[in-house]
Design a protein around this ligand. Sequence first.
Ligand code: SF4
Ligand code: SF4
Length: 250
Amino acid sequence: MKELSDELAAKIVNAVLEERCASEEGMRRYRPLLEERAHRIVERLIVGAGEDSGSNNDSPNQIHTLFNVADTIVKDELGSHHYPKPACPDDGGCAMCCTHMRIVLSVQEAAVIAKELLKLTEPEKAEIAHRLPSLGESGPGSRCALLDEQGLCTLYAARPINCRTYRSCSITACEDRVRLGRNAGEEVVFTYPFDDLVRKSFHHVVGPSETPHFLEMNTFLASVLHDDEGLAAWASGQLERENEEKTGRK
Ligand code: SF4
Ligand code: SF4
């Protein structure tokens, strides 16, 4: 088990570095921070929760179990005093990231969102549909349609792992990101060395594939909000399985 954990931790650290650091210098600075945290996170999320939830064939329930574990890991990491306090207010009140991040979710998380959408009334679904950006304005930099007019997430308990782990040490860096559409400086200065580790570990458990399949939130919402049959198919797990088959996972 230790070997599995070491191997996965190394793989996940390398994947994060590849994605997050454009320069050798960034990698050199960031690697020790990631390596220091990776083993504990991988053990808790992949080895621990993955084994428990592996016997649970009900995908939405498995995902909720993993969401809970991931939330606890994020809370513990932030409470461990290894890091500067997040700039994100505890009581919400800042939802800037919901207006400029590219929100991606795995097909398994999409099934969870679909299940929650099915519980909404038609007027509630229409409100979400009304907030969808028009074609061509979707994608990076567009506001998530689940963000309501009060700045709250309509499906907070079912929000994807990307939203659950995203924290910033600097609100100025977030503002730069909104203003410039990219990071003004090295990413390492304002994010934490655990968020990507948690995300990648989570995605490894829900879909241990070399090429995981992700959807963009607004595009997904646009495809299901006016299609009751499609929504029901997603909620039942049918389209999740089809997407997995297309990507050669099963
Ligand atoms: S990550 Fe940045 S934009 Fe998002 S809530 Fe925190 S401070 Fe606000
Ligand atoms: S799903 Fe919720 S938390 Fe995530 S970006 Fe949308 S509104 Fe924000």
